[in-house]
Write a protein that binds this ligand. Structure first.
Ligand code: B12
Ligand code: SF4
Ligand code: SF4
Length: 332
């Protein structure tokens, strides 16, 4: 029979070992306290309009500030990191558009929750009175800030969380619980004087260190906007080959140089493709789109959205070609 573990220290070790055995690369636990400074920064981000058309970011501020507004009497925030790095690269063919690394395989919204539920069940086995609630990009929670507080990593200047062990190619999963554990310390910042991501961003979306303006960020336009929304010229002209999402700021980060491959097979690129032929996208029927992207993050853009993205890239290539040929002629 399973007996509840009594010591807080022992219980913490058991739950951390269990999370790692579920295939997560890192696990940390933070004390559930109001996120005072973080929500101040968040409010400033909203005031500046950096959330673009994501109106949902304006709602439920009390939950972002204090997780007890979600689950009363939450004591602990268990944070896990799911590595999604696979050792493949993008090809540079201009007839193709790049898919962001996180979207090469299955949708993490399908992969991670079942594993989080298993950890939540284990917490309830250890503490039968515990209540739990799981999240992975599914609610009004400042996931990156909790990852920092739980010692998973620090928030890089590109605003993603970076681990010294596995870089930044990971998703964050969260379990709120009323159970008590021993707590980790926040991770210190290891960006130092580096500014590689700010310099590499094709649209200058990292408006100052740690602050991303979604109005300029390629993933916002290629993933989050409705298919009938046109890209502003400064984005359309600087897509840098991205058809869905964008990885440039993480590609250049020195902390991603020695990434370890994910043990989760579901994140392997579907059909070994990391880019898509733009003409093929343009001709895709709804049936082909639904079959190809079933349970893939790419389905979020819808067929019409992906076609809009492909057209924007094709037009950008045409403009570039014309500019190159004009240059050639003017040099005679
Ligand atoms: C909205 C959102 C987006 C938006 C806005 C991006 C953004 N940076 O906020 C868009 C659509 C653009 C986006 C894009 C991406 N996203 Co996104 N997104 C989210 C979501 C739903 C909310 C994030 C949020 O709260 N943003 C609000 C802003 C204010 O928060 P912030 O960027 O952390 O800003 C803080 C800093 O500016 C800080 N700050 C201000 N000044 C200073 C000064 C210092 C010194 C410091 C340290 C901090 C600091 O204060 C702010 C608030 O605390 C989360 C899931 C979740 N619920 O948390 C996923 C999430 C952040 N996304 C994720 C991913 C993977 C991506 C992409 C990589 C996908 C892709 N390849 O295309 C890109 C990355 C783009 C980028 N450089 O940020 C992952 C990140 C995992 C990780 N390792 O960090 C998350 C956590 C989802 C998940 N569960 O895994 N995303
Ligand atoms: S995801 Fe792309 S557009 Fe957004 S901040 Fe990073 S490099 Fe810039
Ligand atoms: S590229 Fe440099 S500044 Fe940007 S997140 Fe990585 S280490 Fe930090």
């Amino acid at each position: 029979m399973n007996t509840p573990v009594q010591s807080l220290h022992e219980r913490t070790l058991v739950i951390k070992d269990y999370a790692l055995s579920c295939g997560f690369s890192l696990v940390g636990i933070a004390k559930a306290e109001p996120l005072a400074q973080e929500t101040e920064h968040f409010a400033e981000w909203l005031r500046q309009g950096f959330h673009a058309g994501m109106g949902y970011m304006e709602r439920n501020q009390e939950k972002r500030y204090d997780v007890c507004a979600i689950l009363p009497e939450t004591r602990s925030v268990v944070v896990v990191a799911q590595n999604y790095y696979t050792p493949h690269q993008h090809c540079t063919d201009t007839n193709k558009g790049k898919i962001s690394r996180y979207a090469w395989g299955d949708d993490y919204h399908d992969v991670i929750p079942e594993k989080l539920e298993r950890i939540a069940d284990e917490i309830k086995r250890l503490d039968p009175n515990a209540a739990t609630k799981i999240y992975t990009d599914t609610g009004a929670i400042l996931e990156k800030q909790w990852a920092v507080r739980a010692g998973i990593g620090w928030q890089g200047k590109h605003s993603n969380v970076i681990s010294r062990d596995i870089g930044s190619w990971f998703f964050i999963g969260i379990i709120l619980t009323t159970a008590e554990f021993c707590y980790d310390s926040p991770m210190q910042d290891f960006c130092g004087s580096c500014t590689a991501c700010l310099q590499a961003c094709p649209t200058q979306a990292i408006v100052s260190p740690y602050v991303v303006d979604a109005r300029k960020c390629i993933p916002y336009w290629t993933i989050e906007t409705k298919p009938d929304v046109e890209f502003p010229p400064e984005v359309a002209e600087n897509l840098d080959g991205w058809l869905f999402g964008c990885d440039t700021c993480q590609d250049v980060c020195p902390w991603n140089r020695f990434q370890k491959p994910s043990t989760e097979d579901r994140f392997q690129p579907r059909f070994e493709e990391t880019t898509l032929n733009l003409n093929v996208v343009q001709q895709m029927t709804q049936e082909e789109f639904s079959t190809r992207f079933r349970k893939s993050p790419v389905k979020r853009s819808k067929r019409a959205g992906l076609k809009r993205n492909a057209l924007a890239l094709q037009l950008a290539h045409q403009r570039q070609k014309k500019a190159d040929s004009d240059d050639e002629h003017s040099s005679f």
